[in-house]
Design a protein around this ligand. Structure first.
Ligand code: NAD
Length: 294
């Protein structure tokens, strides 16, 4: 995978039109980012409420930029116009790349990947934004796995620069190069990684969370750990980060890591993270996690 930027660029296909499947937190964010950076995008969901939420979020982000005088109202209207909300795959024949960002459920993802492949032209690349499902297992849903790989954004999409491009066993160089080039077009910093539980970031992050959980078990105050890590120079400590990520999401990712690396990432059902989960303290999403959010 040691390729120079130029070697990747040579293999990338041109992307004129993109599609995002799922208009939730991530799909809405990816659609906004794509349209803002000049690639028009279809945003598909299964109901109007989903589409409305995606569009409202994009409008909110654009309005902030207008208020800060970073863009004018005309640019805002153009970007919104470049996000086409759709409930069907009707217009997908002119799409060059489709990013799947529906719910984290293998069955739903398999069904959606099958459907979208049937609607896309042969040259189009398909990428999944899954956080925890194996790219090789998802590749089985498509007829041509060489056109498929992972494209893992982080939340919130418009602020987080890193994108993991996950290479499946059958992903072609062209597919990877196209996704790398799309990520760059979106203003992101892509890294190409192989398929494994946790990909790259969660393999680093979850041992760190496990170390944090051990300190808490030893009786160290979690707020102190957060303060020290902030002084160390990190933007936030582990407790606050888990609240942002979502404790439920964290518990799920931890179980995937434990299954993938049983000797290293043994699951501890009495860890701070699991105890919070049992008490339904899911973090910022329900206003109570390690901290309270009024
Ligand atoms: P979400 O629940 O906010 O949004 C999912 C959307 O998918 C909903 O709008 C839902 O209506 C839609 N959907 C469901 N079935 C569909 C179908 N058949 N066709 C089209 N749309 C459908 O979820 P999210 O947090 O945006 O997560 C989406 C994906 O991104 C998941 O795979 C998740 O693991 C991954 N991810 C999430 C985060 C995060 O922090 N939220 C970060 C990185 C990756």
């Amino acid at each position: 995978l040691k390729k120079t930027a130029k070697q990747w660029d040579d293999k990338a296909r041109e992307i004129r039109k993109a599609a995002v499947l799922g208009a939730g937190i991530m799909g809405g964010g990816i659609a906004y980012q794509s349209a803002s950076k000049g690639t028009p995008v279809y945003m598909k969901d299964i109901n109007d409420e989903g589409l409305k939420a995606g569009l409202d979020e994009a409008a909110k982000l654009l309005r902030k930029q207008v208020d800060r005088k970073k863009i004018d109202i005309e640019k805002m209207a153009n970007v919104l116009n470049d996000i086409r909300p759709v409930l069907s795959y009707g217009d997908f024949a002119n799409v060059d790349i489709a990013v799947e960002a529906v719910v984290e459920n293998p069955k739903v993802k398999h069904a959606v990947l099958k459907e979208v492949e049937a609607a896309l032209p042969d040259h189009a690349v398909i990428a999944s934004n899954t956080s925890t499902i194996s790219i090789n297992s998802l590749a089985k849903a498509v007829k041509d796995p060489s056109r498929f790989c992972g494209m893992h954004f982080f939340n919130p999409v418009h602020r987080m620069p890193l994108v993991e491009v996950i290479r499946g066993e059958k992903s072609s160089d062209e597919a990877i190069a196209t996704v790398v080039s799309y990520a760059r077009k979106l203003g992101k910093s892509p890294i190409v990684v192989n398929d494994c539980p946790g990909f790259y970031v969660n393999r680093v992050l979850f041992p760190y969370f496990a170390g944090f959980a051990m300190l808490v078990r030893d009786g160290v105050d979690f707020q102190k750990v957060d303060k020290v890590m902030e002084k160390f120079g990190w933007p936030m400590g582990p407790a606050y980060l888990l609240d942002v990520v979502g404790i439920d999401t964290g518990v799920h990712a931890q179980s995937v890591m434990a299954e993938g690396f049983p000797d290293r990432m043994q699951q501890d059902f009495h860890s701070a993270m699991h105890l919070m989960y049992e008490k339904e303290r899911y973090g910022q999403k329900n206003s109570k996690g390690f901290y309270r959010y009024e």
